[in-house]
Structures are given as structure tokens and as C-alpha cells.
Design a protein around this ligand. Structure first.
Ligand SMILES: Nc1ncnc2c1ncn2[C@@H]1O[C@H](COP(=O)(O)OP(=O)(O)OP(=O)(O)O)[C@@H](O)[C@H]1O
Ligand SMILES: [Mg+2]
Length: 508
């Protein structure tokens, strides 16, 4: 007898439907799984056989063929264990249950317990979208899926518990849908009020956060660059439900949720500079999202920027521009989102003291040139704001005056973001850094004075086409912080200052 159970596989961060077809027929006892299974799926046979026996059934001594359709997409992971087991139980008439409009996912232990798997959130959303009424998922994965409505989600711990429910012996309640609450309070124990002085750097960071722009900080050791960067999450707006779902999907697929529920705070990732290009951008034999995708909707902080391998840095060029990264593999390719705010920090030279007011730089001109050239021009061009973070003066660091707190800065950032959100309704973008050339023309309206200033400085500053759009986008954000719809000369002049590539003059 042939039976069909609905389950799901993962490609990129989205799920696709997999029909698990099981045929149990007479013949020499055999158990085959076809339909492009990977090693974990092939090993499913042993787990299913043991779990089957340990759940109180006699494994059929028949010819069993399991087909995972569609057969042309590679199936990965152990999530097909449960649907295969249910398929065999039904096809061998060991149980009689109606599985139409139901879907099953979960890895099995040899004892018949149901173990958590990656990508459950995407699977539950896909199930709801194709009209599945009930989905059975591992108990430990419930936290990530319980905000999804429109489908009955049953968290299950063991095969025995599931079968008792399906047969009506001891029915379970489906999980209650939770309401998403965006967290307006930030859970951080660090604050901008701890950073003394550095007013210009803080202003630039506020602009970067208000528009979601990339930023590079250059300065001597100990001036507070890492300190400033680490406090960025404290002034970013809360995640919307859409963003929270996207982030959670990525973490779920990458297997980084550890049973915690929906991600409610913007990610902040700061990989070490020894990170490989694959770990940074994603990929590998069984592709997984890299740091750039794990930072989606949040911040990717690259401290000691020139120490990263140029291969790793350059591999970020396309994803930074497109907001997504496509990783090629033997059969097809997968795409992960990567709409991030990139924050980089570096010293101006190897010894760190180039341009320092009191300490002498010990680097030779060649060393200085070599250090600066580690970051390619195209990469620098992608970073919207470049700022100097000079050594902090004694008067400032020893001052008793309380610096502005994160909460105060955050209020202004939120107001600017709200303006952008309302302005871009229906355009598919949410913030100034996402503006496309067509949208820049429509929304970055400058007055005559501002246009003149831009024209005068375009050649003087050797701006690229990208540089020109970036200046307009930053000026748009500055205007939003000032609650102005029109971009005036003052906003353009401030924006131009952030494209001056710092006093150290790295070449583009
Ligand atoms: N502006 C500041 N206000 C208060 N403390 C500061 C400031 N700048 C530096 N510090 C102190 O110095 C320490 C080092 O700062 P931080 O790590 O941010 O420097 P950095 O600029 O990243 O240096 P490096 O280039 O060596 O990485 C901080 O932990 C803090 O205690
Ligand atoms: Mg540092």
C-alpha cells in the first residue's frame, strides 16, 4: 500500500514542501530511501527502525520504499525521520489515521523521542501558506513558532504521545498563539553616557543609526572606537514583527536558536578578524548563513578592520550592495538576506599613532601606505560615513559632566526612522540606506543652494557615482533628524564631510 505524508525541507531560509511517499509491499525485506537524500537522511533508516520498535510496533518484514518528492532537490538533515515513520505505520496498516491536511517534522532518537531540528519557523509558515491545518513539530522548537497564527501547531515529545493523539486515545491541545510585543526597552547594561567627549563621533553614529548607514571609525588606540561601536544596539529602533521573523528564520536555519523563541532584539555580531570568507558570507558543503546574514536587520561590527583577510572583506562587496547573498553550490544556489548596518573600526596606521597630537608615529611612509591599502577602494566606497575618532582629551575624560544617555539619542533615532517608515510606505523599503536611484530622485529633494554645493564639491572631492548617491542619502537622514522634508545646503555640507575619507586620506 502507498501512503503520502507532507513534510518540509529547507532551501536558503525558506521551506519547500516535501511529499514523503511510502510503499510497503510484499517481497524480500528491504528499506530504501530515494529522492536525493544526503547522509543524514540516509541514516534515517536506522533511527526510524529503532524508534519504530521502541514505540511498541513490529517493524514490517516487507519491501519498504520511501520517496522524497520532488526528487530533483537535495534533502538535508534529520527532520524527515518522523514523517517517514508515520508513513510506514500508515502504509503497513499498523495504524489507521487520517493525515490529510497534516504535516510532520522532527528528528527521532532510537527510543522514539522527537528531537529538535533546524528551520522549524520557516516550515510552519510554509505549512500555513499552503493550507495545512495541523503541523506536528518537536516540543523543543515550539518557542520559535508560537507567534504564527492560522495553523494548529502541536508540539510533540515522543512517537507514543503523537500516536495516542492521532488515534484519539489522549488528544492534545494545540499550542496557543502568542502575541508579538516589540520591545521598546533595551536590555543592555552599557550606555553612551559612559563615553566621554567624542561628540562628533557620536553625532555620526546617531546619523548612521537613524538611516541604517554603514560607518567607518579611524583613530588611535584607546580613543573609544570599540566602546562607541558596542553601544550602537542601545540606540537602534526595536525590531518589527516582520524583521523579527526574518532574523529568527536565519538563526533557526543556522541552528543557532538553542530553543529560545523569536529574536526580539537587533543582532550585533562582531566576528574576530581571523574569520574566513565562508564564515563571514555563508556557504560550505551544506550551506549555512554566514556572519553577514546573522547580522541581518542589525549590526555587523568589524573591529581592527585592516586585519581581516582581503578575501573575506572583498567577498562582502556584493551582499553589502544587494542586501542579500547568493551562495553557489553543486546543484543550484541558495540566497540568504544580508541587509545590515556595517560598522568598522581601525587605527590609522600599524603603530596606531599617525596624526596623534602628542605621540610620535613610528611607521615608515611605506608602512603607512601598505596599511591603508589593505582595504580596497571599492570597499571604502561602500561605507557611507567615514569619521575620525581622535584621542580623548584629559579635560573631557576626567570631567564630571554626564554625557548624553542612550535613551535620549534613541528617541531622536526613533523619530527619524518613523518619518522614513511613513514616507516609504508601499515602496518596499523602510529606511534611507535602502533608497534606490529612482527613489533617491523622488525623495531626496534638494533646494537650489544645496544642489549648487553638491555640484561644486563633486569634482573637488573626487566623488564616485556611488559617493554622490550616498551623500544624498546621508543628507536625507540628517534632514529627517531635523524633521525637514527639504534637503538644504547645511545638510549636504555635513553629509559631504562624512565622505572626506578622514584626515588620513585613504585612496579610493
Ligand atoms: N571617550 C572615552 N570615554 C570613556 N572611556 C574611554 C573613552 N575612550 C576610551 N576609554 C577607555 O579606554 C578603554 C579602551 O577603549 P576602546 O577599546 O574603545 O579603544 P579603541 O579606540 O577601540 O582602541 P584600539 O584601537 O586599541 O582598539 C575603554 O574600555 C574605556 O575604559
Ligand atoms: Mg578597539
Amino acid at each position: 500500500m502507498v501512503n503520502k505524508i507532507t513534510s518540509f525541507g529547507i532551501s536558503g531560509i525558506d521551506a519547500f514542501v516535501v511529499d514523503v511517499e511510502t510503499d510497503v509491499s510484499r517481497g524480500l525485506p528491504a528499506f530504501e530511501i530515494v529522492g536525493m537524500p544526503d547522509t543524514a537522511v540516509r541514516e534515517s533508516k536506522e533511527r526510524v527502525r529503532s524508534a519504530y520498535r521502541n514505540s511498541g510496533f513490529l517493524f514490517p518484514a516487507k519491501r519498504i520504499t520511501v520517496n522524497l518528492a520532488p526528487a530533483d532537490i537535495r534533502k538535508e538533515g534529520a527532520a524527515f525521520d518522523l514523517p517517514i515513520l508515520i508513513g510506514i505505520l500508515c502504509a503497513s496498516d499498523s495504524i489507521s489515521v487520517d493525515t490529510t491536511n497534516c504535516a510532520f517534522v522532527g528528528e527521532l532518537s532510537l527510543m522514539g523521542q522527537i528531537r529538535p531540528t533546524n528551520g522549524i519557523l520557516s516550515m510552519v509558515m510554509k505549512a500555513r501558506d499552503i493550507g495545512i491545518k495541523s503541523i506536528y513539530i518537536p516540543q523543543e522548537n515550539l518557542a520559535e513558532a508560537e507567534y504564527i497564527d492560522g495553523i494548529d501547531i502541536y508540539p510533540v515529545e515522543s512517537v507514543t504521545q503523537l500516536l495516542a493523539h492521532l488515534s484519539g486515545q489522549s488528544p492534545m491541545e494545540s499550542a496557543k498563539t502568542k502575541q508579538f510585543r516589540s520591545f521598546s526597552e533595551t536590555p543592555y547594561d552599557i550606555d553612551y553616557s559612559e563615553v566621554m567627549g567624542q561628540y562628533a563621533a557620536k553625532r555620526a553614529i546617531e546619523i548612521a543609526c537613524a538611516g541604517g548607514h554603514n560607518i567607518l571609525m579611524v583613530g588611535p588606540p584607546g580613543s573609544g572606537k570599540s566602546m562607541l561601536a558596542k553601544r550602537i544596539p542601545t540606540i537602534l529602533p526595536p525590531l518589527t514583527f516582520r524583521e523579527a521573523v526574518e532574523c529568527t528564520k536565519i538563526y533557526s536555519v543556522a541552528g543557532k536558536l538553542d530553543g529560545s523563541g523569536l529574536i526580539t532584539h537587533r543582532p550585533f555580531r562582531s566576528p574576530h578578524h581571523t574569520v574566513s570568507d565562508i564564515a563571514l558570507c555563508g556557504g560550505g558543503r551544506n550551506p549555512k548563513p554566514g556572519e553577514i546574514s546573522l547580522s541581518h536587520c542589525g549590526v555587523l561590527f568589524l573591529d581592527e578592520f585592516p586585519e581581516f583577510s582581503s578575501r573575506a572583506i572583498d567577498s562582502m562587496r556584493a551582499p553589502l550592495e544587494d542586501g542579500k547573498i547568493t551562495v553557489s553550490r553543486a546543484n543550484g544556489s541558495v540566497t540568504y538576506p544580508s541587509n545590515i548596518m556595517l560598522v568598522c573600526a581601525m587605527n590609522p596606521c600599524k603603530c596606531g599613532y599617525l596624526g596623534h597630537p602628542t605621540k610620535k608615529c613610528t611607521c615608515t611612509p611605506a608602512q603607512i601606505e601598505k596599511y591603508g591599502s589593505k582595504i580596497s577602494g571599492p570597499m571604502l566606497d561602500r561605507i557611507d560615513l567615514h569619521i575620525d575618532v581622535p584621542a580623548v582629551a584629559y579635560k573631557e575624560i576626567s570631567s564630571d559632566k554626564r554625557a548624553e544617555s542612550s535613551a535620549e539619542i534613541r528617541k531622536r533615532v526613533l523619530n527619524a526612522r518613523r518619518l522614513q517608515f511613513n514616507r516609504y510606505k508601499g515602496t518596499g523599503i523602510y529606511k534611507n540606506s535602502d533608497l534606490t536611484p529612482a527613489l533617491i530622485k523622488r525623495f531626496c529633494v534638494t533646494d537650489d543652494e544645496a544642489q549648487k554645493a553638491l555640484k561644486e564639491n563633486f569634482d573637488k572631492m573626487n566623488l564616485t557615482g556611488r559617493g554622490y548617491s550616498k551623500v544624498l542619502k546621508i543628507a536625507r537622514t540628517i534632514a529627517d533628524l531635523e524633521k525637514s522634508e527639504i534637503i538644504t545646503k547645511a545638510y549636504i555640507m555635513e553629509a559631504l564631510q562624512y565622505r572626506a575619507l578622514t584626515k588620513y586620506n585613504y585612496k579610493i
